[in-house]
Design a protein around this ligand. Structure first.
Ligand SMILES: Nc1ncnc2c1ncn2[C@@H]1O[C@H](COP(=O)(O)OP(=O)(O)OP(=O)(O)O)[C@@H](O)[C@H]1O
Length: 281
């Protein structure tokens, strides 16, 4: 099986020992997390090793239950691991949380229906005690960035699902985090809308130079968006392959999906998923 692939794939993609290489934004060593469920332990993450450099777009792909969400939640300090080490921007996840180093975007937009789009984007800034003038300016900038200029005064229910998700991206960007954690943000949207949002997200990534960690079930989405793809497998949740896709470049059009380079990476992702899949499910 592909268990031995990850370390060599990672080594080939991102040399660790080069002193010129800046410290990784996310640095994970031998991480494990076991949930104690009523019917016994669930090995959600086992011996996970991963380094993510600043400015990467990293997708996590794998079957249901392989620990993708758990891994994102550990990085965001929403779950505590049982073993191993993790650093986010050089500090512990809890210190990174206090420093507001990341924004989290969930599958459902989670906007407050009684607040306008502008007020939703401003909410984290309000909580952090940022002045009204500064809040206005930041929400204006972020809404422009996600192409929602002119929709500031609308309520969430007056916007399409894709627009709502763009508003939640603007909200996550409002306090300018270095890291964006996105848990299947476009999973509930139809394919055409999703394609469009993927193109927009790539442009946003290029403009803002953020580091993005993105969970998906879709192979084309993972390959289209990513500079690096992490393939995971369940029971126990672990990394089985790490694929460098940076040679596809930062500026990608949807047509890239027909190219041999793209298809080659997609094939490798599929092979990894097959190798780690249990057909007993
Ligand atoms: N709070 C919890 N208590 C017990 N088990 C949990 C808990 N949260 C997750 N799990 C289990 O841990 C494993 C990993 O779950 P996780 O949600 O991280 O997987 P995932 O890859 O994100 O799945 P999906 O693609 O379905 O969202 C699964 O077996 C899940 O049932």
């Amino acid at each position: 099986m592909g268990g031995s692939k990850a370390p060599s794939g990672l080594a080939a993609a991102r040399p660790e020992s080069d002193p010129a290489t800046p410290a990784p934004v996310v640095d994970i060593k031998d991480l494990s997390l076991t949930y104690e469920a009523a019917d016994g332990p669930v090995y959600a993450l086992s011996n996970v090793n991963l380094q993510i450099a600043e400015g990467e777009f990293v997708s996590f792909i794998g079957p249901s239950g392989c620990g993708k969400t758990t891994l994102l939640r550990v990085i965001a300090d929403l779950e505590q691991p049982n073993g191993g080490h993790i650093h986010v921007n050089g500090v512990s996840p809890s210190e990174a949380r206090v420093r507001r180093d990341y924004g989290f975007i969930f599958q459902a937009p989670a906007l407050y229906p009684w607040r306008t789009i502008q007020k939703n984007v401003e909410l984290p800034l309000e909580i952090f005690g940022i002045s009204k003038g500064e809040r206005r300016e930041r929400s204006r900038r972020q809404l422009e960035l996600v192409n929602l200029k002119g929709f500031e005064k609308k309520f969430p229910w007056q916007l399409s699902g894709g627009m709502q998700q763009r508003a939640s991206i603007a909200r996550a960007l409002s306090f300018d985090p270095r890291l964006l954690l996105m848990d299947e943000p476009f999973g509930a949207l139809d394919e055409i809308v999703r394609d469009h949002l993927n193109e927009q997200l790539l442009k946003l990534w290029d403009k803002t130079r953020k580091t993005v960690l993105f969970v998906t079930h879709s192979i084309p989405e993972a390959v289209f968006l990513s500079s690096m793809i992490v393939v995971m497998s369940p029971r126990p949740g672990r990394i089985i392959d790490i694929i460098d896709a940076s040679h596809l470049g930062r500026e990608r059009k949807l047509e890239i999906r027909e190219t041999p380079e793209f298809l080659k990476i997609a094939h490798r992702v599929r092979e990894g998923l097959r190798a780690g899949h249990s057909y007993d499910d």
